[in-house]
Design a binder for this molecule. Sequence first.
Ligand SMILES: C[S@@+](CC[C@H](N)C(=O)[O-])C[C@H]1O[C@@H](n2cnc3c(N)ncnc32)[C@H](O)[C@@H]1O
Length: 281
Amino acid sequence: MLSYRHAFHAGNFADVFKHTLLLQLVQALRRKDKPFCVLDTHAGTGRYDLHSASAAKNQEYADGIGRLWNQSALGPELSEYREQVRALNPNGELRYYPGSPRLIRTLLRPDDRLILTELHPGDYPVLKAEFASDRQTAVHHADGYAVFKAFLPPAARRGLVFIDPAFELRDEFDRLLEAVQVIHRRWAGGIIALWYPILDRAPSLRWRRALRELAIPAMLCAELGLQPYDAPFGLHGCGMIIVNPPWQFDELLKRLLPELRQRLHRSEQGETRLDWLTPPP
Ligand SMILES: C[S@@+](CC[C@H](N)C(=O)[O-])C[C@H]1O[C@@H](n2cnc3c(N)ncnc32)[C@H](O)[C@@H]1O
């Protein structure tokens, strides 16, 4: 049963992290003059109203995009991310928040393509309506883990698979592990970006070890921890695994992760981490 609704969490610190990185991955794809395709397997609804009852309940966005809204002197990546959110809020008041599909879509050139899958029967129609007359974006009511055979490799042969699961299933890490293998077998050159939460430290550490053992080359891991990992409750941090990251993406993250931590600061004991799980070939 699907109970997770991203509307409750839109614009929180995890969204700031994943969406800032996502924009930079798509920007890197734009640097070459050849078309690319992005598959966003867990797409959500595409945009969120932060004044809705769901978003207003815990106001998670206040400690995410809300922290950045009026800050001065943001670094280039956070500044670009905030510009994208501002574009949805032309009167200057933070109300609408773009989900990953909308963010990716704003960067597509005329020959680039976006494929979206969303399984929730309530969220899918909203997503479908958001991209109703868009010929570059295909929206499917489907299990994002079950579409790799159908969609990969894409005709463009360049691009990104972005996997941002809800983590309501006990075996989500196992599913991700399986997904990386299937995607890599079908499309060894594609970029894969996987987001994961850090609640208890142990499962994410086990998962990192399991990824390493796959021996797929060029797996970069970036983590943002905002409070001690042994704190009793809550989402302590999150991470992203990037397979085949663009050139010098590690250098970009070396600069960006400390800034994310400083801007979203919650505790002196937070930490960031950046390492290659497997080196580039
Ligand atoms: C964390 S949210 C995605 C947020 C979105 N990627 C964004 O950044 O705006 C996870 C989404 O995955 C959907 N979902 C859960 N299981 C799924 C599956 N097996 N296939 C596709 N979507 C799924 C949920 O309904 C939810 O909308």
